[in-house]
Design a binder for this molecule. Structure first.
Ligand code: 3EB
Length: 340
């Protein structure tokens, strides 16, 4: 993220690079959408909140999750002009170094496994032909993610379908990811992603068992994502932190305790920053001023308390608080981040 967007403490500006930022991501009032889309450097704009307007521009993604406070949009911009279009059901935009893509697929008779398989097969074939073959980060939004019992749970079926659709599953090259539930009752899978010309470096969290090694109790197909990913330097992308919750080892912590879950989640996010700094010491050391966080909260009534605690964090990270269903019933909050 660019220091022109938010003021960054001088001690954190340790990157020796000069010149315009290659990539920046930031939140802005929803009214700025059209101006953002008019900018040729804009790769993507996301509208949260349930009343976000529709629009045909392939760079506009509507993610209907109720939001705490005034409606925000998230804007991604690069330093070179983008091309964009729609090809075979894939909405895409790309600049010299980064490709953004999005697929939305209606479930047929509530079959989330097939929808996921179709979405990931389409993504896989698009990636092999678009010049940006390396998947860095995915976001997956689906309705009612924890509905269904045992291995029929919709999240578990999603995990099965995702692997079915991926052309090749290389555990050493898994993207960072989010998989989260909407509450809108619309059985449509939304998948969007970032890809690059060169591979990124997937990272794991030393405090957590890798999701792709979760034991059988969590489902027949372990979730295919890395905890974070360092993008290739040429992209200028920040550290990409996956959806992160109060999980230590593979076990959910602080069941029923909202703020304790939030604190554990933040420890996990800082642990990912620490792991990334071993590889890229120039990254800002602390989760905070150089972080852009998306906070997903299961119970609408918890959103004000979460927002209040987030606003107190040192370094004042940018954040939005969204009403969304986390993949495990006992988890009340999950946070994903961009950092750097
Ligand atoms: C977890 O840590 C919480 O299946 O892509 C977080 C981020 C979670 C991504 C995914 C799932 C996914 O297990 C769930």
């Amino acid at each position: 993220m660019s220091s022109t967007i938010r003021s960054v403490a001088a001690s954190q500006v340790i990157s020796p690079s000069v010149g315009p930022a290659l990539f920046r991501a930031f939140y802005a009032p929803a009214a700025e959408r059209d101006a953002a889309l008019a900018d040729p450097h804009t790769l993507a704009v996301f509208g949260f909140s349930t009343d976000a307007a529709t629009c045909d521009d392939p760079r506009w993604l509507r993610v209907p999750l109720a939001e705490q406070g005034p409606a925000q949009i998230e804007i991604w911009q690069g330093s070179s002009p983008v091309q964009h279009g729609v090809s075979d059901g894939v909405r895409w935009s790309a600049n010299d170094t980064v490709l953004f893509g999005a697929i939305e697929i209606d479930e047929v008779d509530g079959d989330i496994e097939s929808a996921a398989a179709d979405a990931y097969a389409l993504m896989s074939s698009f990636l092999t032909s678009c010049g940006f073959p390396h998947l860095l980060r995915t976001w997956n939004y689906l309705d009612a993610v924890t509905e269904g019992d045992g291995d029929q749970e919709r999240y578990r079926r999603f995990c099965v379908g995702r692997v079915r659709g991926l052309r090749a599953l290389d555990e050493a090259a898994l993207p960072a990811a989010t998989c989260i539930g909407r509450f809108d009752g619309v059985r449509r899978l939304q998948v969007y992603w970032l890809a690059a010309r060169e591979p990124g470096l997937p990272l794991e969290n030393p405090r957590q068992v890798s999701a792709f090694r979760y034991p059988r109790q969590y489902g027949p197909q372990s979730p295919s994502f890395s905890r974070a990913l360092l993008p290739p330097a040429a992209t200028g992308l920040p550290l990409l932190q996956s959806g992160t919750a109060a999980i230590v080892g593979h076990v959910s912590q602080h069941t029923g305790a909202l703020l304790e879950q939030l604190d554990e989640t933040l420890v996990n996010l800082q642990s990912l920053v620490d792991a990334a700094r071993v590889q890229r010491p120039a990254l800002p050391a602390q989760l905070g001023a150089a972080s852009l966080l998306k906070v997903y909260v299961r119970r609408a009534e918890d959103m004000p308390a979460i927002a209040a605690r987030m606003a107190e964090l040192s370094g004042a990270p940018a954040f939005v608080v969204l009403h969304a269903e986390v993949c495990r019933a006992e988890l009340l909050v999950e946070i994903e981040g961009l950092h750097g």
